[in-house]
Design a protein around this ligand. Structure first.
Ligand code: AMP
Ligand code: ZN
Length: 531
């Protein structure tokens, strides 16, 4: 193995935190004192009841949850990822609290837009959606969003959707129109509107809509099944030749994998009406059971205070941001740090703040891991660690308040840094503080530096798809240097300094700075990091 100068002297040359496998003794998520830790019950706002309800698995084992997934007709934008990330915060919190999770997510791989775009590109819908589906999972990986236990594609569940429509027809809640399409009869479900709290008294009986997404204010009989138009992708079934509507997909796949009644259903706030209202109507008309007991909706993301849209020029995919040189971890932190029920206003200043926050966290962990501390403990630091842990947990258990969960962690870092400066932090304190940070990171997942890979991947994608023009010049310059090349230059500079060749040492420092690599001389050796 190549040895850098610093390593020969027992120092660490780079600022990568140690991998978990390299880590000494510290058990993950270890509470400071098992008896003193309060139970982590989660109170989560429920759109259906309009209040904070305790979220517990009804079977006492695993929380059964369904979250609406993407329509794979384009690359995911940061609004989509805000919602997927907030659902990730929920599932990680549940796991941290010791609750099992069975999480199902659909992939909508057939709808109006997909059919239109695939036809324009003169390819099949599966060819069209495959690339976007792959890109979606790559993006989730970049953002460290955990995979749901079940991923269900709409086109692989058509027979089950047909069965559900037949059951709806049997109870008088579905009818076939002249063109062969099937509609849900709103009048057959008097509770329609209970999720969105819409007053539907003026609703016109029999007025219909066959679009997948439609006017927010129009409550109409909606399409369950759309009869095939000439040239369109369609399935030959017992209810005719056609394709499913968007809403029936989610009812079918949720009940297929979670049962007729399950714990939680999630999605962005735009889905409350009509999508989720329609899912309830379709499912409960057949089962007469509560479809989902708890509904979680993530507030929309705005960009610089405005709705994100291509025509406004303020529309960003994850890939756009990676190519501008922002780190995947900073994007994750920015998108989760505002609690899910608050409007999130995305700004580049916010992203820069998140980048600095991650830097502070990682630098602090490196300081704890690399420092040499006296044995024993400092009781003030022990209670500071415990307080931070309690406050962090309490904030998350209160409607997943990520902003309030973050604050005590940064307070603890400030306190601990001052203690280290004064030689007052001991070995037991280090372990306790690392334990608190790992618990925080079980939900936030930003401590370990895994940022190089998503950026490299985005660059390779930009190259393949002719988008190198979107890459920031700083990022291109930075990517020119591999970690090994940087370490070799750092080692050469250390040697030059030892030989009192300060001109060469300065030249190397400047060369690295131009490529976005900052050197930090400390008593522990030379650390480097990419800006
Ligand atoms: P779609 O691929 O459009 O079906 O959306 C996937 C998910 O992203 C859904 O849960 C949407 O509600 C959500 N979503 C779409 N736009 C935004 C936005 N601007 N902010 C937050 N969530 C959004
Ligand atoms: Zn859905």
């Amino acid at each position: 193995m190549k040895q850098g100068i610093g390593e020969q002297r027992g120092f660490v040359l780079h600022n990568r935190p140690l991998l978990q496998s390299e880590e000494p003794k510290i058990r993950r998520f270890q509470p400071l004192n098992e008896q003193e830790v309060r139970p982590m019950t989660l109170r989560l706002f429920n759109t259906l009841t309009g209040q904070l309800d305790e979220l517990v698995p009804s079977d006492g084992k695993a929380l059964r949850m369904y979250a609406c997934g993407p329509t794979v007709y384009d690359y995911g934008h940061i609004g989509n990822f805000r919602t997927f990330l907030q659902v990730d915060v929920l599932r990680r919190y549940l796991k941290l609290a010791g609750t099992g999770v069975r999480h199902v997510m659909n992939i909508t791989d057939v709808d109006d837009k997909i059919i239109r775009n695939a036809a324009a590109a003169e390819i099949s819908i599966s060819e069209y959606t495959a690339g976007f589906e792959r890109a979606f999972f790559e993006d989730l990986d970049a953002l460290r969003v955990e995979r749901p236990e079940v991923i269900a594609r709409a086109t692989e569940h058509i027979p089950r959707m047909v069965e559900l429509i037949q059951k709806l027809a049997a109870v008088g809640a579905a009818y076939q129109a002249e063109d062969g399409s099937w509609y849900f009869r709103l009048a057959a479900f008097p509770e329609y509107g209970k999720l969105s709290k819409k007053d539907l008294s003026g609703m016109e009986d029999g007025a219909r809509v066959d679009l997948d997404e439609y006017e927010k204010d129009s409550a109409r009989d909606f399409a369950l099944w759309k009869a095939a138009k000439p040239g369109e992708t369609s399935w030959e079934t017992a209810i005719g030749c056609g394709r499913p509507g968007w809403h029936i997909e989610c009812s079918t796949m949720a009940m297929e994998y979670l049962g007729e009644s399950f714990d939680l259903h999630a999605g962005g706030e735009d889905l409350i009406f009509p999508h989720h209202e329609n899912e309830i109507a379709q499912s409960e008309s057949v089962t007469h059971k509560t479809f989902a007991r708890h509904w979680m909706h993530v507030r929309f993301l705005l960009v610089d205070g405005r709705k994100m849209s291509k025509s406004e020029g303020n529309f960003y995919t994850l890939r756009d941001l990676l190519l501008k040189g922002y780190k995947a971890s900073a994007i994750r932190l920015a998108l989760i740090s505002v609690p899910y029920r608050h409007q999130f206003n995305f700004t580049f200043d916010g992203l820069i703040e998140a980048t600095a926050a991650i830097d502070r966290l990682r630098t602090f962990v490196a300081r704890l891991k690399q420092g040499i501390f006296a044995p024993g403990f400092n009781s003030a630091l022990q209670s500071a660690a415990k307080q931070a842990q309690d406050e962090c947990r309490a904030a998350l258990s209160n409607d997943l308040n990520t902003a309030e969960a973050r604050a005590p962690i940064f307070d603890l870092i400030r306190t601990a840094n001052t203690a280290i400066d004064h030689g007052q932090l001991r070995v037991v304190d280090r372990d306790a503080i690392l334990g608190v940070l790992y618990q925080f990171d079980a939900v936030f997942d930003v401590l370990e530096d895994r940022d190089a890979e998503p950026t490299r991947h985005a660059l390779a994608w930009a190259e393949q798809s002719g988008r190198l023009g979107d890459v920031s010049p700083e990022l291109l310059a930075r990517q020119g240097l591999t970690d090994e090349a940087i370490e070799a230059l750092v080692a050469e500079r250390t040697l030059a300094k030892k030989q009192r060749n300060f001109a060469r040492a300065d030249q190397i420092r400047n060369e690295l700075a131009e490529k976005g690599v900052v050197l930090e001389d400390s008593k522990d050796g030379v650390r480097w990091k990419r800006k």
